[in-house]
Structure formats: C-alpha cells, structure tokens
Write a protein that binds this ligand. Structure first.
Ligand code: ATP
Length: 426
C-alpha cells in the first residue's frame, strides 16, 4: 500500500479524518475531523496560538466573521484576482489547473485520442452565498482568506488595545475556495482553516526585508520544533508572475510530501496593499506622524499542518505501526491500563490514576484484550506514554510507564506521575 493510502485508512479507522457527508457518497473537497482528529487539530492550533500570541508581547488575537460586507472583497482585489488559471480538455471538457502538469499528463493518458487543451483562462475561487429572505437575495461571499478580517479591524484593534507599531494580529479560522481540483486528502479542500499572523511595521524597505526574513525563520523553527525533519522542509521563493496580487514578495515553506514538494505555508510581504485599499492609516502616538503601515504575513493551513504532521509521524517497525507525533500534538498524552481486566483491585487502582491524570491531560483508559493489543492501539494513534497498573502497584505504589517511540518501560511512583508527564510535555 502507498503511504498516502495507509494514512487515509488509519485516519478513517482511528477517527482522525472522515470524508464529509460520507453516508451520502461524500462531498468532494469537504472533510470531517473525528474524535481524535479534533484533539489533534485543537493541539495544533493551541501550539500555534502559544507561539504567535502567548509567547510574545507584541501580538494580539482576533476572531472575525466568515461573511463580510461584499464591498471588502471588491476593494481587496479578490473578486478580480483570487483566481487560478485553468485549461480545458477539448475532448471531455474537464478543467485542470494549468500549473498542475502531473494532473494534465495523467488526464491525457486516460484518452485514446490526442488531447487538445484550451488556452488557460482565469477562474475565480471565491465562494458565493445568497443572503436575505426577500428576492432578489443579496450576494455575499464566504471569505477566501481570513486576513481581510484583520485589515478591516485595524483601527478597532489600535483604538481598543495598547498595541503600537510594530505589532501583530493573530487569527485562526475557516476560509473557503472553489478549488477546481481538490485532492490528496485534506491538502486541497474547499473548506479549510488558516492560521495567520499579520505583522504591521513602519514603511521602510530595509526594515521590511529584515522583518520578512525574521518571520520566515520563526515559522521554519516552529515546524522543526514540532517534529518535521529538516530535510523535508524548504523555502521556495515565488517568481514575480506567480505572486498573489497583493504580494510584493513571497516565499512558501514547502514539505516533501509523498505527492511531491507541497506548500505548507506562505510568507508574504503585502506592503501597504490592503490597508491602502481600505484607506486605513496609523498615527504614531509619540511623533504624531501618520502613515499607511506595511504588513508581513505568515499564512499557514491548519489542515495541511495536520496532514503533514500525520505523514511525518507515520512509522512501521516490523509489525508495529506507530505515530511518532510530538507529545504536545498527540490526541492522548497518556493511556492507563489495569494489567488484568478481571482483577477488580487493579481496575479500581487504574481508574483512580486515570481520573487523577485526567485533571491535567487528555488521558485514555483501556481494559480490553491483552496488554499487547492495547499498546498496539495506542501506538497507532500516537499516545506517547502508557501506564500499566500491576500487582506491584498495589504494594509499592509504582506503575510501569512505557514509551511509545522506544517501547522501553520504567517504574515511576504513582505520586510522581503528574510531574513526570508535566516535565516531559514542557
Ligand atoms: P496553493 O498554491 O496550494 O493553492 P495558495 O498559495 O493559494 O496555495 P495561500 O493563499 O498562500 O495559498 O494560503 C495560505 C495557506 O492556506 C496555504 O499555505 C495553505 O496552507 C492554506 N490553504 C490554501 N488553500 C487551501 C486549500 N484549498 N485547502 C487547504 N489549505 C489551503
């Protein structure tokens, strides 16, 4: 089985990612996160929020609405420019993104006759919605990027907080794009989540280059710190003709996925494009100088991050399959087992340890089957530590803690467990 098939199957079997509306045959480009996927997603977002907001003192958060006054999208340029160039197969009229050469050649192989393609035409990716109760309904849009919510609230944020330039606004939320060729599990979906930081600076060419480089490095470090291997990551600068309409320059962080080097996240120098278009300025409280700030943006996909963390974590060692997820991301931090399910004193003790640990971590409890099967089940979902309560526990008040990656066990006093895991998760 190919790696992507293995990940897809594990993701479904163990409740990470389900096809959207599956019992109705699915709905292309939409995905649902199952119980464990939801935990993983919350952990990815929490790590990002900690990095962007809590570990700094120059960034504040925002949570803007998904639907905005349609005027925003006209002014921001997205109605004209959030487009993908598509070519159409003149034999069957299927449209494919002009820059996806692999898909084009795969499509050509499916026809007996030589395929002739139309010239590339731009298609807008904004998703329309109709609002109101009377006809004609008003046409609005699901946001195509979450960023605009930050720009239109720029003045609100400055007026309501104590931020001073340079400062950042962080946001996590859903975005929607009418993608023509969704695929590779959640990699390209029609509904997805972004985690973005907009960092506002005083206009200055040199300073902005420095800031751009700073955030590039910071973002790369974040992925490395959460377990992506260095040789699977790279920067790729956008050629001028590929840059989005708002970007003065842009770099992607790419991951070496099983389907090729793919964008994890974009770092964009948006200059004064957005604030300028929305006619928003900043007045320096000390000098009274008024100007349109420039912005450097880091724009990552939550769903892509989850997918790449899963791919990166997937391990096979003989019969053993495990997800070597960074413990901070793992859905369960600990699983607690009684050695034997039919010994009430072991079960009772295990339950008491489980309830205690649950106050601080997301913990699983399992008393089914034999211990080997329970390890297997926890390995497959990436639980970093398994605690087993055995007869020694009853006398000595110690348990075995088994490490997911090494499968090594050590005995730890019950009273120290809380601190033991806390230290490991630091
Ligand atoms: P691509 O070239 O892959 O379509 P993009 O350059 O259009 O992506 P951006 O507009 O820079 O993407 O969006 C920032 C981030 O949002 C991307 O790096 C990605 O992580 C995420 N993202 C964008 N489009 C999608 C999508 N259709 N499905 C899932 N995530 C997406």
């Amino acid at each position: 089985m190919e790696l992507m098939d293995k990940i897809t199957s594990l993701a479904k079997r163990r409740g990470f990612i389900f096809q959207g509306s599956e019992i109705y045959g699915g709905y292309q480009g939409f995905w649902d996160y199952g119980p464990l996927g939801t935990e993983l997603k919350r952990n990815v977002k929490a790590q990002w929020w900690k990095w962007a907001v809590y570990d700094r003192n120059d960034v504040v958060g925002l949570d803007a609405a998904i639907i905005m006054n349609p005027e925003v999208w006209k002014v921001s340029g997205h109605l004209d420019s959030l487009t993908d160039p598509l070519v159409e197969c003149k034999l069957c009229h299927k449209r494919i993104r002009a820059d996806q050469e692999d898909k084009i050649s795969e499509h050509e192989k499916g026809h007996d006759k030589k395929v002739v393609w139309s010239d590339a035409k731009n298609f807008n990716l904004m998703t329309e919605v109709l609002l109101g109760t009377t006809e004609p309904k008003e046409k609005a849009y699901l946001r195509g990027e979450i960023t605009q919510g930050v720009f239109v609230n720029f003045k609100n944020v400055v007026d309501s907080t104590r931020v001073k330039i340079p400062f950042g606004v962080a946001q996590i939320g859903k975005a929607f794009r009418n993608e023509i060729t969704p695929g590779n599990l959640t990699f390209r979906s029609l509904e997805f989540e972004q985690m973005e930081l907009e960092y506002f600076i005083k206009p200055d060419e040199k300073e902005s280059q420095k800031t751009f480089e700073y955030w590039k490095e910071q973002r790369m470090k974040w992925y490395l710190s959460l377990g992506i291997a260095e040789d699977k990551l790279r920067f790729r600068d956008h050629e001028p003709e590929k840059r989005a309409h708002y970007a003065r320059f842009a770099t992607d962080i790419e991951y070496k996925a099983p389907f090729g080097w793919s964008e994890f996240e974009g770092i964009h120098h948006r200059g004064d494009w957005d604030l300028g278009r929305h006619k928003l300025t900043y007045r320096d409280p000390q000098t009274n100088e008024e100007y349109t700030p420039w912005v450097i943006e880091t724009s990552g996909g939550v769903d892509r991050a989850i997918l790449f963390f899963l791919i990166e974590a997937y391990r096979e060692e003989g019969e053993r399959v495990f997800l070597a997820l960074n413990p901070k991301l793992a859905p369960y931090k600990v699983a607690v087992f009684p050695l034997l399910a039919n010994k009430p004193e072991l079960v009772k003790k295990a339950e008491s340890i489980y309830h205690d640990l649950k106050k601080s971590f997301n913990v699983a409890f399992d008393a089914r089957g034999n211990i080997g099967k329970r390890y297997f089940a926890q390995d497959e979902v990436g639980t970093p530590w398994c605690v087993t309560v055995d007869f020694t526990t009853l006398g000595e008040e110690t348990v075995t803690v088994r490490d997911r990656d090494t499968a090594k066990q050590e005995r730890v006093p019950v009273d120290n467990l809380q601190e033991y895991f806390q230290n490991k998760l630091r």
